[in-house]
Design a protein around this ligand. Structure first.
Ligand SMILES: [Zn+2]
Length: 280
C-alpha cells in the first residue's frame, strides 16, 4: 500500500497519466509530458483556498469482542495514509472528521454535520462473518480490512462530494464507488481491496428483491460487484484476464467495454479533484 498516497496525489495534483515520467508526473513517459502540462490546474478557476483538514480518530470500543477490529484497522495504517494524503493535496473548505468506532449497528456513513465519516467496528465483524467460509487466518483478516477500507473510501467520497460541491450526474452512490475503486486500483497493491469490497457486495446480495431495492439510491449489490470488477479489469485487461473466468467472472459482453469505461471514470475523477488541488 506504499503507493496509495502517491496515487491519490496523482488524482488530485497531476491531471496526467500516473504512468508518466516528467517533472509533473515522475512516472510518465516523455511523450505524455506536454499533454500533462496543458492539463494541469492552470486552465481552471482560481486556486482553491485550503481552510480545513480531516482528523482521524479510532475510538476504543466498549464491547470486548470488537477490540481486535480496532487493533486490526488502526494497525493497518491505511486510514491515516489516505487522510494525510487528502490533507496534503486537497484544499478543503472546512475541517472534517473520520471516526472509526463502535456504533451499536453494522454501518458506515457520512453525516455532513457531525461527526463526518463514521466507520463502525461492527461492519468489520459483519464482513468477517461473510468471508469466513471463503478464507481464514491472515487471508481472512486481509479481506476484512480490504472490504472495510473500501467502505471507508466510499464514505470519504460522499464527504468530498459534499464539501467540495462536486458535480455528479447519475447516482452519487455509484460515483463514490468509482472513486474508491480508482484510488485502490491506481495504488497498485490496493486492487485486492477494491475486489474485497466487491466480494462483500456479492456475498451480501439480497436473494429476492422486493420494493425497497427498486427505489433505493444504491444500485443492486451484484451490480456494484460487477462495476468494481469491470474497473479492475478495465484498468489492465491484459494483466487481469483471470477476472473474466471462473466464479463471479465478468462476462465478455461487459468486459469489452471496461477499458474505455475505466479510462473515462478515472479521467472524470482526476478532473473533478484537480480543481481543488492545494497549490503550495
Ligand atoms: Zn454511500
Amino acid at each position: 500500500m506504499r503507493r496509495l498516497v502517491p496515487a491519490l496525489l496523482s488524482l488530485s495534483l497531476w491531471a496526467c497519466d500516473p504512468g508518466a515520467k516528467c517533472p509533473q508526473c515522475p512516472e510518465a513517459t516523455p511523450a505524455d509530458c506536454p499533454k500533462a502540462k496543458t492539463k494541469v490546474v492552470a486552465s481552471g478557476p482560481a486556486p482553491a483556498v485550503d481552510n480545513g483538514d480531516i482528523k482521524l480518530t479510532f475510538a476504543a470500543p466498549k464491547s470486548a469482542r470488537l477490540k481486535r477490529f480496532e487493533a486490526q484497522l488502526s494497525g493497518s495504517k491505511l486510514f491515516g495514509k489516505v487522510v494525510d494524503g487528502i490533507n496534503e493535496t486537497i484544499a478543503l473548505p472546512r475541517d472534517g472528521a473520520v471516526l472509526v468506532s463502535e456504533c451499536g449497528r453494522i454501518d458506515a456513513y457520512y453525516d455532513p454535520k457531525a461527526p463526518g465519516v463514521v466507520v463502525c467496528y461492527e461492519l468489520a465483524e459483519h464482513f468477517e462473518s461473510l468471508f469466513k467460509g471463503k478464507a481464514s487466518g491472515a487471508e481472512l483478516e486481509r479481506m476484512v480490512t480490504g472490504a472495510v477500507f473500501f467502505a471507508f473510501l466510499h464514505e470519504l467520497g460522499h464527504a468530498l462530494v459534499d464539501q467540495l460541491q462536486l458535480p455528479i450526474t447519475g447516482k452519487e452512490e455509484d460515483a463514490v464507488d468509482q472513486l474508491a475503486s480508482v484510488i485502490l486500483i491506481e495504488s497498485g497493491s490496493g486492487i485486492e481491496m477494491a475486489l474485497d469490497g466487491g466480494r462483500a457486495f456479492l456475498l451480501n446480495d439480497a436473494k429476492g428483491y422486493s420494493g425497497n431495492e427498486f427505489w433505493s439510491e444504491h444500485s443492486f449489490e451484484k451490480q456494484r460487484y460487477y462495476a468494481i470488477v469491470c474497473m479492475a479489469y478495465g484498468a489492465a485487461p491484459k494483466k487481469r484476464g483471470a477476472l473474466t473466468k471462473g466464479r463471479g467472472a465478468l462476462p465478455q459482453e461487459r468486459a469489452r467495454s471496461c477499458p474505455a469505461e475505466y479510462k473515462r471514470i478515472k479521467t472524470s475523477w482526476q478532473t473533478l479533484l484537480a480543481e481543488h488541488a492545494k497549490t503550495g
